[in-house]
Design a binder for this molecule. Structure first.
Ligand code: ADP
Ligand code: MG
Length: 680
């Protein structure tokens, strides 16, 4: 039976169960036949007619019904579209880069064209399109940036805002901008596609645009809950997968975890236990999927499972609605996701593992019922589902730093942000704080207008602080080094490889790269020393693919330097100019050593150096962190040591002398201290 401590609580999605083709039979069919078998196919003509009749259409359909891959193809195949002789593009946005790449690859295959020709994708730091591209999948952030060069999106005839229910920050901003341009571009068709969530709200926002519903095919999914909360959900996942593998009939398994580290750990544990069980069990194919996974590895999750074996896909919530993997019968849902959370008072942003919403949990369960009746194992109690989970997730716009978006909107000439057409407006204090931060960075003047520096900052497809760091490197004559640091930071904690069975070797290898100054300088050192060979990376426990990506990102950034008129120069690796340039961008992220640990300078919040940091044991007085991550405590990830005086140099209107006095100087006689205060 199912994992032992579970009991069936509910069964839903009961609908007609028309006989579904077996995996093997399906493989034999041509791709065209598969296309015709999708739930959206019977609605093709009606859908095209609705698009013809309405400028803006909301399309609602179950995940896997064919919205993302089929609608653009229907448009391209449509006689009317062909007759119009238009060479204008169809753009389709995705909240996630992996989805944009994977879906584009699939559609190129279905259309028998080479990816990057007629069908392409565009994600940050990677443009896989050409002059011939007429169907472009892209992240919502990339379309947002296209407004900078083409404010009316003149080269597009159709824009599909896909996965609208995800309500990412960029999608929400696109809603406002596209609604606006649709008014003076009556020829532009706007399709808002969403899973079966929230569609009334989209319709309402777009002046009561009609909703086109694609009825889904769903099989019943039995939901199992645990009787008591799980202390270690990672371990519980591993055990559940193995139990399913040993006791349940054929069918693939989908496990939802929160991020790369967890996913890799889970995959390793599964592989290790399978090795130990050896030939006692049948083959278990363990595959990860997360944002930074290289594309050849991503593609593997779609390979059909060989007969006799079972596939386990361990995924982030990308598999909730963005990607559909055929053949999933079992879903394991620990009930968590990683979310950005933002404190509008302190301006601190951190990534936190939090319980997901009931809406998410139901989407996850739904993944088990696409091809046949399925089972979903929730690693939490029925009580927790009812009482501890929110009904829906809070839109990202209400829980994130808006600096990036405010800078972009200002560059588009949208000055009155308070009256921007937001579907759900961000909290007022968050907007104000974003304006203040941009002012402190020098991107806005005291009237809130974009400065020349701000205009240059907006040209770079990175966060304002990183932008500022890059621009400041010009002044400190270390742009070569800073570009490398920026690129290495962008590959996001995936440089060092630390397999469970070789932890000591891996840590030693890592120690060899340590140089004074902090983690940014260590990353620079790794990049400088690294050869282009897989062999070198292997020997030094460096992830080859991450290095390759860092090189790509660096090339892209370097290519942009001309446009923003930053001269390339090198400080020969000397660390002070580099650290000053980092400080110029990240002075918000300053922590100082005080009794019992580190406290952020402005808000006295207790923070900790991440154990992986090269400065873990050093305890410098002042440091700057790249990001805060909340796991067991607030950890600063990627830190450098700085001198407090630099803060006055780089951010004179943000820091006051008084705040930066070292604790030792507090021993000064009061009078003298007072005098200094008045002078400062
Ligand atoms: P929706 O957008 O409505 O969720 P999609 O258009 O993404 O649906 O998916 C339709 C079908 O195409 C699904 O059955 C899915 O399995 C298949 N599919 C999508 N992407 C890929 C891919 N990269 N490889 C193989 N099959 C895919
Ligand atoms: Mg889709």
């Amino acid at each position: 039976g199912p994992p032992s401590n579970n009991n069936i609580v509910s069964s839903y999605f009961l609908q007609e169960s028309e006989p579904e083709l077996s995996q093997a039979e399906k493989q034999k069919q041509s791709l065209q036949e598969v296309r015709r078998s999708l739930p959206i196919f019977p609605y093709r003509q009606d859908l095209l007619a609705a698009i013809r009749d309405h400028q803006i259409l909301v399309i609602e359909g179950e995940t896997g019904s064919g919205k993302t891959t089929q609608i653009p193809q229907y448009l391209l195949e449509d006689v009317q579209y062909k007759l119009s002789g238009t060479r204008m593009k169809i753009g389709c946005t995705q909240p996630r880069r992996v989805a944009a790449m994977s879906v584009a690859a699939r559609v190129a295959q279905e259309m028998s064209v080479k990816l990057g020709n007629e069908v392409g994708y565009s994600i940050r730091f990677e443009d896989c399109t050409s002059e011939r591209t007429i169907l472009k999948y892209m992240t919502d952030g990339m379309l947002l940036r296209e407004f900078l060069t083409e404010p009316d999106l003149a080269s597009y005839s159709v824009i599909i805002i896909d996965e609208a229910h995800e309500r990412t920050l960029h999608t929400d901003i696109l809603f406002g901008l596209i609604k606006d341009i649709a008014r003076f571009r009556p020829d532009l068709k706007v399709l808002v596609a969403s899973a079966t969530l929230d569609t009334e709200r989209f319709s309402c926002f777009f002046d009561d645009a009609p909703v086109f519903r694609i009825p889904g095919r769903r099989f019943p999914v039995d939901i199992y809950y645990t009787k008591a909360p799980e202390a270690d959900y990672l371990e519980a996942c591993v055990v559940s997968v193995l139990q399913i593998h040993v006791t349940q009939p054929a069918g693939d398994v989908l496990v939802f975890l929160t991020g790369q580290e967890e996913i890799e750990a889970c995959c390793e544990l599964l592989q290790e236990r399978c090795r130990r069980l050896g030939s006692k069990i049948s083959e278990l194919i363990v595959l990860p999927i997360y944002a930074n996974l290289p594309s050849d590895m991503q593609a593997k999750i779609f390979n059909p499972t060989p007969p006799g074996a079972r596939k386990v896909v361990v995924a982030t919530n990308i598999a909730e609605t963005s990607l559909t993997i055929d053949g999933i019968i079992y879903v394991i849902d620990p009930g968590f996701c990683k979310q950005k959370s933002y404190n509008a008072r302190t301006g601190m942003e951190s990534l936190i593992v939090t319980p997901c919403s009931r809406a998410s949990a139901n989407q996850r369960a739904g993944r088990a019922g696409r091809v046949a009746a399925g089972k979903c194992f929730r690693l939490y109690t029925a009580w927790a589902f009812k009482h501890e989970m929110e009904e829906t997730s809070i839109p990202e716009i209400q829980r994130t730093n808006l600096g990036n978006v405010v800078l972009l909107l200002k560059s588009l000439g949208i000055n009155d942000l308070i009256h921007f057409d937001f579907m759900d407006p961000p909290p007022h204090e968050t907007l104000v704080l974003a304006l203040e931060q941009l002012y402190a960075l020098g991107a806005l003047n005291h009237l809130g207008e974009l400065t020349k520096l701000g205009r240059r900052m907006a040209e770079l497809p990175v966060d304002p602080m990183l932008s500022k760091m890059i621009l400041a490197s010009e002044h400190y004559k270390c742009s070569e080094e800073i570009l490398t640091v920026a690129a290495m930071l962008s590959v996001n904690n995936s440089i060092f490889y630390r397999p469970k069975d070789k932890v000591v070797h891996a840590d030693n290898a890592r120690m060899n790269f340590v140089v004074p100054g902090g983690d940014h300088i260590v990353l620079l050192n790794v990049y400088t020393q690294s050869g282009y060979s897989t062999q070198w990376c292997f020997e030094n426990f460096i992830q080859f693919r991450s290095m390759k990506r860092a090189r790509d990102v660096r090339d892209q950034l370097e290519g942009l330097m001309d446009r923003i008129e930053v001269e390339l120069s090198s400080c020969s690796g000397e660390s002070v100019p580099i650290r000053k340039a980092v400080t110029a961008g990240y002075f918000y992220h300053t922590a100082r050593l005080s009794k019992g640990g580190y406290k952020t300078v402005k808000h006295q919040q207790t923070v900790f150096v991440h154990p992986n940091s090269s400065l873990f044991e050093e305890q410098p007085r002042w440091m700057i962190y790249h990001e805060l991550v909340f796991t067991t405590k607030e950890f600063m990830r990627q830190v450098i040591e700085i001198e407090s005086g630099w803060l006055l140099e780089v951010a004179p209107h943000y820091y006051k002398n008084k705040e930066l006095e070292d604790s030792s100087s507090k021993k000064m006689p009061r009078k003298q201290g007072k005098a200094r205060e008045e002078l400062g």
